[in-house]
Design a protein around this ligand. Structure first.
Ligand SMILES: Cc1cc2nc3c(=O)[nH]c(=O)nc-3n(C[C@H](O)[C@H](O)[C@H](O)COP(=O)(O)O)c2cc1C
Length: 350
């Protein structure tokens, strides 16, 4: 049904226009408590066998929505009501900014992929903090992904991230330092250990200072050389970070300028996950994103050592109840393998 709606209707409209319409509809849903609760009861993961605990936070299921959809923390509860086990909002920057000129989001339907060069369009950390402070009507784990404001020079990047962290860490179930988006000039240079170390140290001090100590993760690009993946993993261990999210979008493609997501990213994303697992074992929480399309992909990532899995592009092509459907299939798979909990699958084939 969704496939028909997608091919006959949605794909005829500009991708970003459809995106904004969807976020507005979900933001409206977030303000309808009864409907939201009904949907949550019907579609959120409720099977105890799917529960996962990572860095002290309890997730109802392993599959969450990756950063970039709910950039302004406008609709996390509604997204959770459709079956996601967590929602990563952002990327949020210290200062509001418009992002790059349009068009900046492109569908590659044949490849089940997207290219985007959004450029962190968002209303800024203060506005997001105000939204996140509102009481939640349904339980939802919210990760907050922060990035650098475009006009801030690289030399002041740490202070800019710290400003966001101060506003947002107290409201986040976990915080993510994003140094891997390709659409802010120079951002990915911050993945170099010499620049990343002072940045992470500064943000960690803020995250550690919140009443509940906010867990801190770093999100990396699939285009890092293998040795650089290892170097970031070693740094994360050394600094006592809670985890790594791998991966962001790739710039290795021949299409429009921007980051490529979806099916073509699958192989590299899995490769980076395996490399990280080999390097850090279970000393860090690994969150796998990139080209996850179905239950087999989620299962493969868990076996390879991911505790949590995220998707974005798969949801766009899979339809609104994509995550609910995958969680249901995961429940069956856990039982078929004679497991009591999905956590028994994590790292089995690492
Ligand atoms: C339109 C779009 C916008 C995105 N914006 C962000 C962002 O703001 N911050 C971020 O860390 N990742 C962002 N991403 C990357 C995703 O979070 C994810 O890492 C990547 O798309 C790979 O997952 P996927 O193949 O399931 O889409 C964005 C992806 C897309 C498609």
């Amino acid at each position: 049904m969704y496939r028909l709606v997608f091919t006959q209707v949605l794909r005829r409209f500009d991708a970003e226009a459809v995106h904004h319409l969807t976020v507005s509809a979900l933001a409206l849903l977030a303000r309808l408590p009864l409907l939201k609760r009904l949907l949550h009861r019907a579609f959120a993961p409720h099977d105890p066998a799917l529960r996962v605990t990572a860095f002290g936070v309890h997730f109802p299921g392993p599959l969450g929505l990756a950063a970039g959809f709910d950039k302004d923390a406008a609709c996390a509860e509604a997204v959770a009501s459709l079956g996601f086990g967590h929602v990563e909002v952002g990327t949020i920057t210290a200062h509001a900014q418009p992002g790059n000129p349009r068009p900046r989001l492109f569908r590659l339907v044949g490849q089940r992929a997207l290219i985007n060069r959004m450029g962190f369009n968002n209303a800024g950390a203060r506005a997001a903090a105000r939204r996140l402070r509102r009481a939640r009507g349904v339980p939802v784990v919210v990760g907050v992904n922060i990035g650098k404001t475009k006009v801030v020079p690289e030399a002041q990047a740490a202070a800019d991230y710290v400003a966001s962290a101060r506003q947002l860490a107290p409201m986040a179930d976990y915080l993510v330092v994003n140094v891997s988006s390709p659409n802010t000039p120079g951002l990915r240079n911050l993945q170099a250990v010499s620049l990343l170390r002072p940045l992470l140290v500064a943000v960690k001090e803020v995250a550690d200072g919140t009443p509940r100590r906010t867990p801190l993760l770093v999100k990396i690009a699939p285009d890092l050389a293998d040795e650089d993946v290892d170097a970031v993993a070693d740094l994360a261990l050394e600094l006592g970070l809670d985890g790594i999210i791998a991966t962001n979008t790739t710039i290795r493609h021949g299409g429009e300028t921007g980051g490529l997501s979806g099916r073509p990213l699958k192989a590299r994303s899995l490769e980076v996950l395996r490399r990280l697992r080999a390097r850090v074992g279970d000393r860090l929480t690994l969150v796998s994103a990139g080209g996850v399309e179905d239950v087999d992909d989620v299962w493969e990532r868990l076996l390879a050592g991911a505790t949590l899995v995220q998707g974005y592009t798969g949801w766009i092509y899979g339809g609104p109840l994509w995550a609910a459907h995958i969680h249901r299939q995961l429940s069956r798979r856990v039982r078929r393998h004679g497991m009591k909990s999905i956590t028994e699958a994590i790292g089995r084939v690492a």
